[in-house]
Ligand binder design. Structure first.
Ligand SMILES: [Mg+2]
Length: 254
């Protein structure tokens, strides 16, 4: 069961953190470190956030990993030369030590044509929706749709997509005001496990708000500190209220 994180929990976590020898922290970006915005490009990392991330990654024996569904090009721009590790598109792109991006899958992307048609039909009916294309995935954003009962219309889109993606190597993600279709052989959990495999970490923490972060919570070892941001169902151990509380927790870990 997920419990609300208390000050006692925070003190225990910090105590464990200080005593550990090899530490790794996985942080989701949207909805975890920055609040949501209708325009995904508007939520760039602010001074306060960069300051927190810089300081945590300069803590002794700490690996800091930003793990996001975002397009790698935007993270490349925002976090160029930063000392932390970057994983984008739910694990499809991992930045290596030289700062280059390694694609973890190499698949034909012809499927995009059909998925795009389904998304475009939705957009032609409902103002405010838009499609984001990433190298290996397609995303429908509908946060800005003002239409009443938009979820019902999205249910229809999802049903149609389900028919199309069933028994294929594609997976359908329904996130917070987004629907994404991507190959199913990579997710945040698989990507996080890759990192864990490298070293013997005795402190593992992961914080995230979305359904895609559940893959990460599930794959991490039992003694990991998993934290869900917001009030949605989760398999995480702890629950944090919002972005402000996430930042407060991280600030205490500096
Ligand atoms: Mg998120």
């Amino acid at each position: 069961m997920t419990v609300n994180m208390t000050n006692i929990n925070i003190n225990e976590i910090i105590d464990r953190y200080q005593k550990a020898n090899n530490k790794i922290i996985f942080l989701d970006y949207d909805g975890t470190l920055v609040p949501f915005n209708k325009d995904p490009l508007a939520v760039f990392p602010d001074e306060d956030l960069l300051n927190i991330l810089d300081k945590i990654s300069s803590n002794k024996n700490t690996v800091l990993v930003l793990i996001s569904g975002r397009d790698y090009e935007i993270f490349d721009k925002w976090f160029k030369g930063k000392p932390y590790q970057l994983i984008c598109e739910h694990g499809v792109f991992i930045q290596n030590r030289k700062g280059e991006w390694d694609a973890q899958i190499n698949e034909a992307v012809e499927w995009k044509y059909n998925i795009r048609n389904i998304f475009e039909e939705f957009i032609s009916k409902f103002k405010g929706g838009f499609i984001e294309e990433k190298p290996f995935s397609l995303v429908l954003h509908y946060r800005a749709c003002k239409e009443k009962h938009i979820d019902k219309h999205i249910d229809k889109v999802v049903n149609e997509l389900r028919l199309y993606t069933e028994n294929t190597s594609l997976t359908l993600l329904r996130g917070d005001m987004v629907v994404e279709v991507k190959p199913n052989n990579m997710n945040k959990g698989i990507a996080a496990k890759k990192y864990i495999g490298e070293k013997n970490f005795d402190f593992i923490m992961a914080i995230g708000d979305d359904i895609t972060d559940e893959d990460m919570f599930r794959e991490l070892p039992e003694n990991s500190i998993t934290c869900k941001v917001g009030d949605k169902d989760s398999i995480a151990k702890y629950r944090i209220k919002d972005v402000i509380e996430t930042r407060e927790l991280l600030r205490k870990m500096i």
